[in-house]
Each structure stands twice: as C-alpha cells, then as structure tokens.
Design a protein around this ligand. Structure first.
Ligand code: HEC
Ligand code: HEC
Ligand code: HEC
Ligand code: HEC
Length: 197
C-alpha cells in the first residue's frame, strides 16, 4: 500500500516538473528598451511612430471625430477597457507583457515584440550569433516575421474586434502589402542593417 502511495507521489512530482519546464520553455516579453540597446536606429524611429504612441488613442479627447463616427464616447477614458487595450499595448495578458499602466509602463503602445514576437529567447540568439543566424532558428525561439506572415499584423488589423473597420470607413480596410510599405509607421525608411554598439 505504502509503496503504491510513494509511486503516486513520484508521478505527481514528475508531471509538475514537466509542467513547470513547459511553462519556462515559453518565451517572455522583455520590452522594447532591451531591443533598443542593439537596434538603436529602429528604436529611435519607432519611438516617434504611431505604433509606439497607439496607447494614447484610448485617452479621453483623442481622435474625437473618429471615435464619434465609430459610436464611441470621445470623452470616455478607454485606457483600462478590456475591449480596447489588447491592440494598443504589447503582449496583453501574456508572460512579461502588459498588465496595467502602473506595473508595466514599458509595455504601453505597439512595441517591437508586438510584431517580432516575445523576445526573451531570440534575444539570446541575436546576441550570441549576431549576423550568423537563420530565420528558421529565430522562429523556433518565438520570433515572428510580419513580412512573411500576415497574421502578425492581422491580429490587430483584423476587422472583428476593432471599432475602426471598413464598414465605418473604407480607409480602414487592411491591405497587408500596402501597409508593409508604410515603413515609417514602425521603422526607418531605408531597409538596412542597423546594428550599432
Ligand atoms: C545583443 C544585441 C541584440 C539585442 C538585445 C537584440 N538584437 Fe535583434 N539583432 C541583433 C543582430 C546583431 C542582428 C543581425 C543584424 C541585423 O539585422 O541588424 C539582429 C537582427 C534582428 C532582426 C532581423 C532578423 C532577420 O532574420 O532578418 C530583427 C527583426 C531583430 N533583430 C529584432 C529584435 C528585437 C525585437 C529585439 C528585442 C526583443 C532584439 N532584436 C534584440 C542584435 C540584437
Ligand atoms: C482588434 C484590435 C483592436 C481593438 C480591440 C481596438 N482597436 Fe483601436 N485600432 C486598432 C487598429 C488596427 C487601428 C488602426 C486602424 C487604421 O487606421 O486602419 C486602431 C485605431 C484606433 C483609433 C484611431 C482611429 C482613427 O481613425 O484615428 C482609435 C481612437 C482607437 N483605435 C481606439 C480604440 C478604442 C477606444 C477601442 C475599444 C473600444 C479600440 N480601439 C479597440 C485595433 C484595435
Ligand atoms: C508594426 C510592426 C513592427 C514594429 C512595432 C517593429 N517592427 Fe521591426 N520589422 C517589422 C517588419 C514587418 C520587418 C521586416 C522583417 C520581418 O518580416 O520581420 C521588420 C524588420 C526589422 C529589423 C530588420 C532590419 C530592417 O530594418 O528591416 C530589425 C532589426 C527590427 N525590425 C527591429 C525592431 C525593433 C528593435 C523594434 C522596436 C524598437 C521594431 N522592430 C518594431 C515590423 C515591426
Ligand atoms: C498590437 C497591435 C498591432 C499590430 C500587431 C500591428 N499594428 Fe499597425 N496599428 C495598430 C494601431 C492601434 C494603429 C493606429 C495608430 C494610429 O492611428 O495612430 C495602427 C496603424 C497602422 C498603420 C497606419 C494606418 C494605415 O492602415 O495606414 C499601418 C500602415 C500599420 N499599422 C501597419 C502595420 C503592419 C504592416 C503590421 C504588421 C507587420 C502592424 N501594423 C501590426 C496596431 C497594431
């Protein structure tokens, strides 16, 4: 009887360890500042871009006309509204990602990792291999490529949950390729490697 008990306990410990390892295996959000340490020009351009400032749109008085047209209250504060926040911050509800203004101020706005994926693992790859890593290697560690995979952008630019969809105004229709070409909404104009010490 006792021996069976011990075996059961061992099994429980085994599965708990596995579960913990699985949880640890998932990459975490680390914040745009960390990327900026190596990708200075991307960070500088991003900081002043509309994606970086997207959280501000949820504040009262911002884009009044657009909000009215979408039947939102232009004087309401939407900064803590669960129906809005997920597309105006980085990694909402995910490990290391946005929780609230006070505890995760570095995750406000659409950060690097909103498009490139949670960075805790691929950052190590970038650091160790620098110019010598392949995309498949990076993808295996959680990096995403918005120019190869429309879903990276569609998770926010899909019509379903956003109040600003093409039925409100055709200008809100998302054209992936055209959007990628509007680089200044997230990056420096010229596509070049930017690694700087
Ligand atoms: C220790 C320095 C370092 C850090 C920190 C770092 N990177 Fe990199 N990263 C590099 C280097 C070096 C390259 C390869 C040269 C290049 O494309 O700039 C690179 C490449 C990239 C590329 C192009 C990869 C490809 O396959 O085309 C992206 C995108 C990128 N980094 C995003 C990020 C993001 C997002 C973060 C933060 C989560 C980050 N990096 C953090 C050094 C770093
Ligand atoms: C599914 C993701 C998503 C959700 C949820 C979401 N937004 Fe947005 N929001 C977007 C995207 C994407 C855009 C950019 C649309 C465009 O310009 O094509 C945007 C744009 C905006 C704009 C600027 C519109 C303009 O024309 O100037 C405001 C203001 C805004 N959102 C507020 C809100 C508020 C308030 C809520 C909650 C009631 C909300 N959003 C929920 C994704 C979302
Ligand atoms: C709105 C989405 C978006 C945001 C936000 C964003 N990027 Fe990118 N980035 C891209 C796309 C798309 C590419 C093209 C390669 C790909 O498909 O990932 C790219 C490419 C890059 C590259 C490769 C060189 C180049 O310029 O093409 C680096 C390095 C990079 N990003 C770093 C960053 C860093 C650092 C941040 C934050 C400071 C950031 N990105 C924020 C979408 C974004
Ligand atoms: C986490 C949510 C999120 C992701 C992911 C995201 N965006 Fe956005 N994007 C927004 C929001 C919010 C705005 C509205 C900014 C404003 O109006 O000031 C916006 C605005 C834009 C605009 C300007 C409006 C327009 O349609 O001309 C472009 C272009 C754009 N995004 C391209 C992209 C591309 C390309 C990707 C994928 C590589 C991407 N975005 C990924 C949230 C997101």
């Amino acid at each position: 009887m006792k021996k069976r008990h011990a075996t059961a306990v061992l099994f429980v410990i085994f599965f708990l360890t596995m579960a913990l390892q699985a949880a640890e295996a998932k990459p975490k959000y680390v914040g745009s500042k960390k990327c900026g340490g190596c990708h200075k020009s991307e960070q500088l351009a991003w900081q002043v871009s509309i994606h970086a400032k997207a959280f501000d749109l949820l504040k009262p008085g911002k884009r009044k006309k657009a909000k009215k047209r979408a039947e939102l209250d232009p004087e309401k504060d939407y900064t803590a509204d669960k129906k809005c926040v997920k597309c105006h911050v980085t990694g909402y509800g995910e490990k290391g990602g946005y929780k609230d203004i006070k505890s995760t101020p570095n995750m406000l706005g659409v950060g690097c990792e909103s498009c490139h994926g949670p960075g805790s693992k691929y950052v190590i790859l970038h650091d160790e291999k620098m110019y010598g890593f392949g995309r498949s290697e990076a993808k295996a560690l959680g990096q995403t490529y918005g120019s190869e995979d429309e879903s990276v952008c569609i998770k926010c630019h899909g019509d379903k949950d956003s109040p600003f969809h093409e039925k409100i105004d055709p200008k809100y229709k998302f054209d992936w390729k055209a959007a990628l070409a509007k680089r200044k909404t997230f990056h420096p104009k010229k596509k070049k490697s930017s690694f700087a010490f």
